[in-house]
Write a protein that binds this ligand. Structure first.
Ligand SMILES: [Zn+2]
Length: 404
């Protein structure tokens, strides 16, 4: 048997698995080696493992949408500056981020947030990173550095995000191209109609870059109503044409929650399902996509934090179980079955959307695990309680298990 070391435990004792069964979890070489019925053992033998005492064990939480480069965490509190309109807000953000970056660099703030996420059991995060005429690739370079700094505790996937638009922002198409060459895994987008006023223009560039770089796509789409829905169908068509099913996501997709008539809603949902386009939600108070309906229609829905204490939004903790609670509340997910769905949005569904290999609570999977002070998955979603143990690749990130 592999000996337990403080940083690499070989045995987790008496975990409650998501299906409610009890198990001892054996770990070796950063992976799950075996799941066995809890053995009765003498107290001295129990010293070889970490005691979970019936706590719920889940595969690592996954944050499917964050903006690590935008956060003010790690810097003094910044009062929110209210503005009117998206372009004014973007201009305000530029001004504020220059001020904050002069005190605490982007990389240090991003690292502070990534480490906070890791300590809350998030093993992987997809971060959009601003690529615009103002900062060029500076934020991408900062985040590539952060990815290395934190690789022992959390995996970071990067989306080149055109916060200032694509068609209407000079030079951004070339910058996005360069970002994909230099380490971003996905190409982003932003309201092709509402922001750029040129749906085909923006989508030609975004999907052209995806094809050229064999990259995934994740587009911010806040446009509501029929204008948003028609873009969702455009995105589905382009995904199907290029054979990119399973590698394309739309973040927010407010159109699906903004009062489309039911025939247009179902037509749009069916196209997303058929094309393999996933939908990310952070549980907004308005225009949230209908999670249950999407799930039942075969659309993969996953969750993300989105903004965490930045120029857009002063709230956020980085806790993906808390995010599941928010989505459950906004989506009126009430039964245990629905609470399991909420949990899937921050675990399995997000892992698949991010294309994570070897994920899950199964023999052979990576030991990316989180133990939670709850007796069941529904309870964990409803209460988002304390994390007791976090492992990343079998390595201890956080350990609050009992010592006696
Ligand atoms: Zn976002």
């Amino acid at each position: 048997m592999t000996p337990t070391s403080p940083l690499h435990p070989a045995l987790l004792l008496d975990a409650t698995l998501p299906d409610g069964t009890a198990a001892d979890v054996h770990l070796a070489d950063g992976r799950i080696a075996a799941l066995t019925a809890p053995a009765r053992r003498a107290p001295e033998a129990a010293g070889r493992g970490l005691r979970l005492d019936g706590a719920l064990l889940l595969p690592a939480l996954v944050d499917g949408h964050a903006h690590l480069d935008k956060t003010f965490l790690g810097a003094p509190w910044q009062p929110h500056r209210a503005t009117a309109g998206l372009r004014t807000q973007i201009a305000s953000e530029r001004e504020l981020r220059r001020e904050v970056a002069a005190a605490v660099p982007v990389a240090d703030r991003a690292e502070a947030l990534a480490r906070r996420m890791a300590a809350l059991g998030t093993g992987y995060v997809r971060s959009h990173v601003d690529v615009d005429p103002d900062t060029g690739l500076d934020h991408l370079h900062a985040l590539l550095e952060v990815r290395e700094r934190v690789r022992d505790v959390i995996g970071i996937q990067l989306v080149a995000f055109p916060q200032s638009g694509v068609v209407t922002a000079p030079g951004v198409a070339d910058l996005l191209d360069a970002a994909l060459r230099e380490g971003a895994e996905l190409i982003g987008g932003l309201d092709p109609a509402g922001f750029d006023g040129d749906v085909d223009g923006q989508l030609d560039i975004v999907f052209g870059l995806a094809e050229r770089h064999d990259a995934g796509v994740d587009i911010h789409l806040h446009d509501g109503g029929p204008v948003g829905a028609s873009q969702l169908r455009d995105i589905a068509d382009r995904t199907a044409t290029l054979g990119l099913g399973g590698r394309v996501a739309v973040s927010h997709a407010y159109a699906l929650g903004s009062g489309l008539d039911s025939s247009e809603l179902m037509l749009t949902v069916q196209k997303l399902a058929d094309a393999g386009v996933a939908v990310m939600t952070n549980g907004p108070s308005r225009s949230m996509p209908p999670v249950k309906l999407l799930h039942e229609a075969g659309v993969r829905v996953f969750a993300g934090s989105d903004n965490i204490r930045d120029a857009w939004w002063p709230y956020g903790t980085g806790d993906m179980l808390e995010r599941a609670t928010v989505i459950g509340l906004q989506g009126e997910l009430m039964t245990d079955q629905e609470l399991f769905l909420a949990a899937d949005l921050v675990t399995e569904n997000a892992a698949v959307a991010l294309g994570l290999a070897d994920y899950g609570l199964a023999v052979g999977a990576r030991a990316d695990l989180v133990a939670i002070a709850a007796g069941s998955v529904p309870e964990a979603v409803a209460a988002h309680p304390e994390r007791l143990l976090v492992l990343h690749g079998g390595r201890v990130v956080l350990d609050r298990t009992p010592r006696t």
